[in-house]
Design a protein around this ligand. Structure first.
Ligand code: MGD
Ligand code: MGD
Ligand code: SF4
Ligand code: MO
Length: 715
């Protein structure tokens, strides 16, 4: 993001000293949790230099999952928290939408204008014309989820949060019945660790800590991905698949497992729903069949299957990446079935893991105001914000247009799919937008009112690890700069202005944390503060489903009930009827065509975290410029030199960037590491101009890695 030159910044803040060696006696060490949208949710040790300033951030050594390791971008967090471009005062737009012309206003006026804007929207088309829109810029339960309390108290439109996890979670739960798996620390005890559809070297570094321990014990690391990324570089076996074909690979592996006597028939009979049907079904899913779909040589599929078949302690660490396809939920389910066929679940160091969301059994009714939720209010699909703002009737679910948007913790002008619609929608004159942000992001630049937000070190919050099993406390450590306010403070102040009523609006963040812990069976705030984190790992038998899987019949389901996932108020996609009943390759991806011969994957860049850190100079420097990785043979055929400007396009739009010759992917596949701001590209159009906002089966989601595109060289 360019510096917001025109925004007024009256309170200069100092840049923190570069870094401070740990333990040199000068800094006080405070403990926290990383708030970013990352499965690692690291336990942090933060050097506090004075009341407003931090130094170095490190991983807590004594947390058994973090184990002293964090990613480089958060290690340099002083650069983000003390960034000269932080928003410090409320702003009112005085120029055209999208410009950086804003005027500072006092908080009282900002809140009044917001309330007026939302009340006007409501007067026009009812309360559902206001859409509080949020995501996981902070993962703190109070600061992330408190927006629902305002939503429910006011009967504003609901949000079905599909942009990230829906496909992956539903795909995993389809088999096990529950979003939880083997203790991820057991990865260290695996004989074969399969890292499938996640690039932890970039996206959740702590997986590699435990993977390295497995390798040191002689365990084998297998990586299944669409390109030779940082994680694949460390693998003993790398399977480079065509995007969206993991269901075929999983079926062929199961074919070999049955064929060669590696299926655990006692386990199958006791713990699974229809093993005979599965065996008959995969009999025709041979390695040759899968080779034609995945692009993998038959020998590689056979070798992978033998490795899995010969080692009971095979641990499948299943990520988000391979589920960002139109068949992603089916592929996730298919991969998870492998552990049930071999019975790997029975062994320490075996089984499968994706996310531990279910182990925390939160009572969020005070944070989210669930007691005042009206189930008749429509629930709009987050990923379809473009069609929603453009007034498409199906996206609006037959209800009124959206005239008011209140946004916290997300930057949809950059990260949402089908950006041409998103940008058109935000530009509407009859749309009132308020954005609460840390920086003047591309979304904030579309707002009528911009509010300055605190960062995690400046407010109290509660966190849970998705990729592990800890509840962590992130207490306020330093004072916020300027007039920044936390999400909770803003929600409560706005509720007051709007006359919305709920006991949660009268509580402090600390009171909400205490209430939530007590009512969820996790003790008190004081106890958590004393312990710093709680290890919530269920016992071995529970985590490995040895007392039965979490489905009603106690079995792992090879034949899932896909209709179970429909959230309240949401219409499942028409495609749900066509989902294959048993694991399979489901050919609903955007296959390449003659006109659009490439498949595009938009995998995460190491130094960014979604839209975050695109504002920090060190991350920008490390990423260089947006580039499209293309196979040298494809490039040669198209006459594209290494580093040449190219245009990528499809039916949704086109954009310009530079080519990078890269042999670590299949021909016909392009990878653009993301997410860059749109203004990092010529013409101001970024990668999400190419991605689709069609709702993916069974109940929505964004297929960010499933796009067909054409490529043209430019001079
Ligand atoms: N092409 C492509 N697009 C993608 C993806 C992809 O892989 N490829 N990934 C998708 C995925 S998985 C996700 S989750 C989305 C996420 O995309 P975003 O939701 O944009 O993600 P973040 O960068 O985590 O957070 C957004 C904003 O939250 C703000 N923020 C942080 N903390 C606070 C706070 O306490 N208060 C307030 N008010 N604001 C705060 C940050 O400053 C940041 O601007 O992007 C999706 N888009
Ligand atoms: N540095 C960094 N860290 C991040 C983020 C970031 O943007 N940058 N984003 C954060 C967020 S919000 C999330 S949700 C997580 C996501 O983190 P991950 O679980 O790692 O998931 P993805 O990042 O979507 O993609 C991971 C890998 O999947 C591969 N992939 C794509 N399509 C397929 C396919 O069809 N099959 C297979 N086998 N592989 C495929 C991609 O090439 C990529 O290497 O990371 C978080 N951490
Ligand atoms: S690895 Fe993830 S959770 Fe850990 S510090 Fe980095 S962004 Fe935060
Ligand atoms: Mo995500």
């Amino acid at each position: 993001m360019p510096r917001n030159r025109n925004a007024v910044r009256p309170v200069p803040i100092m840049n923190a000293p570069r870094s401070l060696a740990p333990g040199n006696g000068k800094a006080e060490v405070h403990y926290s949790a990383c708030p970013h949208d990352c499965p690692s949710t690291c336990a942090l040790a933060v050097d506090k230099l004075d009341g407003q300033t931090i130094g170095r951030v490190r991983g807590a050594e004594d947390n058994s999952y973090t184990a002293g390791v964090i990613c480089a971008k958060v290690g340099r967090y002083a650069e983000r928290v003390h960034h000269p471009d932080r928003l410090l005062k409320p702003l009112r737009r005085v120029g055209p939408k999208g410009s950086t012309q804003f005027k500072e206003i006092p908080w009282d006026e900002a809140l009044k204008r917001m309330a007026d804007g939302f009340n006007a929207a409501e007067a026009r088309a009812g309360s559902q014309a206001v859409w509080p829109y949020y995501y996981a810029g902070t993962m703190g339960l109070v600061m992330r989820d408190g927006i629902h309390r305002l939503r429910h108290a006011k009967r504003y439109s609901g949000q079905h949060s599909t942009i990230c996890v829906t496909l992956a979670w539903n795909g995993f739960i389809a088999g096990t019945g529950r979003l939880a798996g083997a203790d991820p620390r057991e990865m260290a005890e695996a004989d074969v660790l399969v890292i499938w559809g996640t690039n932890p070297v970039s996206t959740q570094i702590n997986v590699m800590t435990h993977a390295t321990r497995a390798k040191k014990r002689g365990g084998k690391l297998v990586v299944v991905d669409t390109y030779r990324n940082g994680t694949a570089e460390q693998a003993d076996m790398f399977l480079c698949v065509r995007p969206g074909t993991d269901g075929a690979l999983a079926c062929a592996v199961m074919h070999v497992l049955f064929r060669d006597g590696h299926a655990d028939r006692d386990y199958l009979a006791k713990y699974t729903d229809c093993p005979a049907d599965l065996e008959a079904h995969v009999a025709s899913r041979t390695p040759a069949w899968a080779s034609a779909i995945t692009g993998l040589p038959v020998a590689e599929i056979e070798a992978f299957a033998q490795l899995v078949g010969q080692h009971r302690k095979t641990f499948l660490r299943l990520g988000y990446g391979f589920s960002r396809s139109r068949n992603g939920a089916v592929n996730m389910h298919a991969a998870s079935c492998i552990a049930a066929v071999t019975g790997a679940w029975q062994y320490r160091g075996g089984g499968a893991f994706h996310n531990n969301g279910a182990i925390y059994h939160w009572n969020k009714s005070m944070i989210e105001g669930l007691d005042v939720l009206d189930p008749t209010v429509r629930v709009l699909d987050q990923s379809r914000i473009g069609p929603v703002l453009c007034g498409e009737a199906d996206a609006l679910m037959g209800g009124p247009p959206v005239h008011g948007l209140f946004i916290q913790n997300t930057n949809p002008m950059m990260v949402a799919p089908d950006l041409s619609k998103v940008h058109r929608g935000f530009a509407r004159d009859d749309l009132f937008v308020c954005v609460h942000e840390q920086f003047l992001t591309e979304t904030a630049r579309m707002a009528d009112i911009v509010l300055p937000a605190t960062m995690f070190l400046e407010h109290d919050d509660l966190y849970q690890g998705g990729g592990h099993q800890h509840i962590l406390l992130g207490p306020k450590i330093i004072e916020p700069p300027g007039e920044c306010r936390s999400n909770h403070e803003v929600i409560c102040a706005l509720a007051k202005e709007l006359g919305a009523d709920h006991p949660g609006f009268a509580m402090s963040a600390r009171e909400l944390i205490d209430w939530t812990l007590r009512n969820s069976g996790w003790g008190t705030l004081q106890e958590l503060a004393d312990k710093r984190w709680l290890d919530c790992q269920p016992d071995f038998e529970t985590a490995h489903y040895l007392k039965g899987f979490a489905n009603k019949d106690g079995k792992f389901h090879f034949r899932p009930d896909w209709s179970r996932f429909r959230p309240h108020g949401f219409v499942e996609t028409a495609l749900v009827r066509d989902i294959p009943q048993l694991p399979d390759h489901w050919p609903v991806i955007e296959e390449a065509t003659e006109e659009m011969p490439f498949r595009l994957v938009t995998a995460p860049a190491r130094s960014y975290l979604n839209s975050s850190f695109t504002e920090t100079p060190s991350s920008r420097k490390r990423e260089g410029r947006p580039q499209a990785k293309i196979h040298p043979e494809d490039a040669a055929r198209l006459g594209i030199a290494d580093g040449q400007r190219i245009r990528l396009g499809n039916g949704r739009g086109s954009m310009v960037l530079h080519a990078e010759h890269f042999a670590g992917l299949r021909r016909g596949v392009i990878v653009v590491e993301s997410i860059w701001p749109n203004d990092a590209f010529e013409e101001g159009r970024g990668i999400n101009f190419l991605t689709g906002a069609d709702a993916v089966a069974p109940v929505g989601g964004a297929a960010f890695h499933d796009n067909r595109v054409w490529v043209r060289p430019l001079n």
